[in-house]
Ligand binder design. Structure first.
Ligand code: WTA
Length: 513
């Protein structure tokens, strides 16, 4: 389509920063059609994070929207993209085309404001409105023929060293696995209505909002908004309205919705539901039971799907109607997947036990490399236990052979299903104008699952107080994104040193964990 006329060809990267609108899905499919590698960045990341990702994959074309409403908050997406493009230019890289979906004028703000698209600054020669160019494009486009191992897309995920990793998925294996897991894990039947609430900017959005359902010709709900707006029963209203049969969400959302009175769920007819999915983090038994009883009326199968950006699709999951359920267990491997538990020395734990979760054989949608960094791919995933793919998660196997994922065993944490590394946040602190040093740990949180607890040492006579706290939080929001904002920042007049008394940065971080 329009990207082709802008010179995008097979193998080129296209950066995408979009709200949950149809054009997001269309952009991905358009890229796939012409063999371009799409690189979506969740539209909650800051301009700094986005710039870093554009630079890493050298995307010359960017697709975004002017803005979007999230509840009562206006997200100025094009403004963030402008900032990111300025930062790229400062590093000597220029985005050549920025396609902007004029979205705000289609929606009315919660305050009743009706935006006009011309309120968004556009840079002549670089920025174009989707609505101006797409209708002009030809409606037919011969597909680019791709080899099974040709890249389909890349998606950044947090790395424990702080630098994001561009996980690369390929055309044949990824699509096959997305289609198969979708069909079997959700037991999707023709004419069913399926809804995955994940944002398209995460892997769950890629595999189970876009590719999996569409490869099965499934009817899906695509939802732009939050579970709490305009009311806290928004999800249940939609399930009722569209008679949703399969519903897929994250434990964070379930825990947040559990807080409200049961009536908000009970007043809706949810009898269409057959399969309820959970993804992104361990689901605690209490949340599982609430989901099962109140939402599923004890007649739905719950599929607690364990997987990662890197795995492309579900690797451990119960199968609806076939696997007797245990609240909080990701249960068994999907077809062809071979999980193994290892102890610290790399010895296999057979039967009951707890250890590192690894896989001993590849499956079709295992990522093939990290974009432009195959060495890092090998060292991150295949070096600790040679011969195995290492997930970075721990798991235990019970007497019945069920697997229970216990959480990360590296320095990553999972805040509301968003994976991030403590180093990422620490390095932000260490670059503050107050010359502060930070050390971040993970704390359990009743709704988000985990949250960031940071210790901060200030120098240069900065006074630890409300003002500084506000500035530090703001800094993390700007450097990474609002979702990475620490919950607690504690004053730590001195940070611990290593046992040998070293002051080396990595050693200090090592010791804090
Ligand atoms: C965690 C999200 C327990 C895990 C699809 C993994 C889970 C990380 C589950 C990947 C689950 C995901 N039970 N933990 N059902 N699903 N995780 O790459 O720590 O954003 O390594 O992919 O989320 O997060 P990612």
């Amino acid at each position: 389509m329009c990207s082709k006329s802008r010179g995008v060809k097979k193998g080129d990267r296209v950066a995408v920063y979009m709200p949950m609108v149809l054009e997001a899905v269309i952009t991905l499919l358009a890229c796939a059609r012409i063999g371009a590698i799409h690189s979506l960045v969740f539209a909650g990341f800051s301009s700094d994070s986005f710039a870093e990702r554009i630079l890493d994959c050298e995307a010359r074309v960017l697709v975004t929207a002017d803005g979007a409403w999230r509840g009562e908050k206006l997200l100025q997406l094009k403004y963030i993209c402008d900032q990111a493009m300025i930062k790229c230019a400062q590093k000597g890289f220029n985005v050549e085309t920025c396609v902007v979906v004029s979205h705000l004028k289609r929606v009315t703000s919660p305050q009743g404001i009706h935006y006009k698209s011309n309120q968004t600054p556009m840079t002549e020669g670089r920025d174009v409105y989707w609505q101006d160019i797409v209708p002009q494009a030809s409606t037919s486009c011969y597909p680019e023929w791709m080899e099974a191992e040709d890249p389909l897309f890349m998606l950044y995920t947090s790395g424990s060293t702080g630098k994001p990793k561009g996980v690369l998925h390929t055309t044949g294996g990824y699509l096959l696995y997305a289609a198969t897991t979708f069909k079997y894990v959700f037991d999707y039947k023709p004419n069913d209505v399926y809804w995955c609430t994940a944002d398209v900017g995460w892997i769950t959005g890629h595999t189970y909002v876009v590719y999996g359902p569409l490869a099965n010709a499934a009817t899906s709900v695509l939802y732009e908004g939050t579970p709490f707006y305009p009311d806290n029963d928004r999800f249940w209203t939609i399930v009722d309205k569209y008679k949703v049969n399969q519903f897929y969400t994250a434990p964070t959302a379930i825990r947040a919705l559990m807080k409200f009175e049961d009536d908000l769920v009970k007043k809706h007819d949810l009898s269409s539901l057959k399969v309820l999915g959970s993804v992104g983090e361990p689901i605690n038994p209490e949340a599982w039971m609430w989901y099962y009883k109140l939402v599923g009326h004890e007649k739905c199968s719950i599929v607690d799907t364990f997987w990662q950006t890197e795995t492309g699709g579900h690797v451990l999951t119960p199968l609806p109607g076939a696997t007797p359920m245990k609240p909080g267990a990701a249960a068994f491997p999907f077809f062809g997947v071979q999980p193994v538990l290892l102890d610290e020395s790399g010895r296999e734990i057979k039967g009951e036990g707890e250890g590192y979760l690894v896989f001993s054989r590849p499956w079709p949608s295992l990522m093939r490399t990290l974009y432009n960094n195959h060495d890092r791919y090998e060292t991150t995933y295949f070096t600790k236990f040679p011969g195995y793919y290492c997930t970075g998660d721990g798991a235990k196997r019970d007497a019945d052979g069920y697997l229970w994922v216990t959480g990360r065993v590296d320095d990553m944490l999972n805040v509301s299903g968003h994976l991030m590394s403590t180093t990422e946040v620490e390095s932000g602190f260490n670059r503050t104008p107050f010359n502060s040093r930070g050390c971040c740990c993970c704390q359990t949180h009743p709704i988000k699952g985990e949250c960031l607890y940071c210790f901060i040492t200030t120098t240069d006579h900065a006074v630890f107080g409300e003002k500084l706290l506000k500035e530090l939080k703001q800094l993390v929001r700007e450097r990474i994104g609002p979702f990475a904002q620490p919950d607690v920042i504690q004053n730590a007049p001195a940070l611990p040193k290593t046992r040998s008394g070293k002051n080396h940065e990595e050693d200090i971080e090592e010791d804090c964990r």
